[in-house]
Design a protein around this ligand. Structure first.
Ligand SMILES: Nc1ncnc2c1ncn2[C@@H]1O[C@H](COP(=O)(O)OP(=O)(O)OP(=O)(O)O)[C@@H](O)[C@H]1O
Length: 268
């Protein structure tokens, strides 16, 4: 299968601190790949080197075979890397549909054809994307009036309007209730698989990670501790030590496994 993202030997230091050390992984089309690790492990640094916010000291980032290492964020975005942020960023004074229409406009460089004609541009396309994320019924509501979980869906629709090859999701479920988390990630996973987009995400909620990631990378103090499928990573003794601190690890892992049995279903 084609690798949409290939990361090879990425390395970044801040002063004397090695934030990421020789990280290598790849993400195939239609797959979700998670980067996990304790606080300060290097997840955001890795993410920002892929998105162009940080320039790596060494190593390479390739998007669909093209070297994008050290390119500025705007260019990387143009080449097909979308991004959602921890704090949802929709324009509150605009309607749900307008937010998505703006994404279509900016993607097609028509932002200067601005309002009011823009209100009519790409309306049908926006409604189709909103339908996919379950928000078509709220298309004409102002974003400022939405519940947080719905804003996250709008943000996903905005990211999809740019037709990304790769979507970077920085803690996509932060600030959401447990049930909403499962629903948002199940929705994202469905879209990813049917459209062939790839997702690279960071996440602190291990239920979300183990239920939805096809593969994951575990970092600890910048170092790659493990990379593989959820089952491979779960069985790695070093991951268990880092994550679960030895004692209680077995019980916690059994709990994750039991919850995986409810994959895709809402839990109380
Ligand atoms: N701009 C910076 N300048 C100096 N040090 C930095 C900078 N950015 C990150 N670091 C350091 O690099 C290390 C990795 O940080 P990073 O934010 O990538 O970790 P993380 O895994 O995303 O952590 P968290 O889960 O807490 O967000 C940390 O020790 C952090 O203090």
């Amino acid at each position: 299968m084609t690798a949409v993202l290939e990361v090879e030997g990425l390395h970044k230091t801040f002063g004397g601190l090695v934030a990421v050390e020789a990280a290598s992984f790849s993400v195939e089309a239609g797959r979700l790949f998670a980067i996990i690790g304790p606080n300060g492990a290097g997840k955001s640094t890795c993410f920002n080197m892929v998105g162009g916010q940080l320039r790596p000291d060494r190593g390479a980032v390739r998007l669909a075979g093209r070297d994008i290492t050290g390119e500025p964020p705007r260019r990387i975005w143009r080449l097909g890397v979308g991004r959602t942020f921890q704090v949802a960023a929709a324009f509150g004074s605009m309607t749900v549909a307008e937010n998505v229409q703006m994404a279509f406009l900016s993607h097609r460089r028509r932002i200067r054809a601005l309002l009011p004609p823009a209100r009519r541009l790409y309306r049908e396309e926006a409604l189709a994307v909103l339908d996919r994320v379950g928000m078509a019924g709220q298309a004409d509501r102002q974003c400022g009036q939405l519940a947080y979980g719905d804003i996250k869906r709008v943000e996903l629709a905005v990211a999809l309007a740019h037709r990304p090859k790769l979507l970077l999701m920085d803690e996509p479920t932060a600030g959401m209730a447990p049930r909403e988390r499962v629903e948002l990630m199940a929705l994202t996973a469905g879209i990813v698989r049917e459209s062939g987009i790839s997702v690279l995400f960071t996440e602190h909620d291990m239920d979300v990670v183990f239920a939805h990631a096809d593969r994951l990378l575990v970092l600890d103090r910048g170092r790659m501790v493990a990379e593989g499928t959820p089952a491979e990573v779960r069985d790695n003794p070093e991951v268990q030590r880092i994550y679960l601190g030895g004692a209680g690890a077995e019980a916690a892992l059994r709990q994750i496994e039991a919850r995986q049995g409810t994959r895709g279903e809402a839990r109380p």
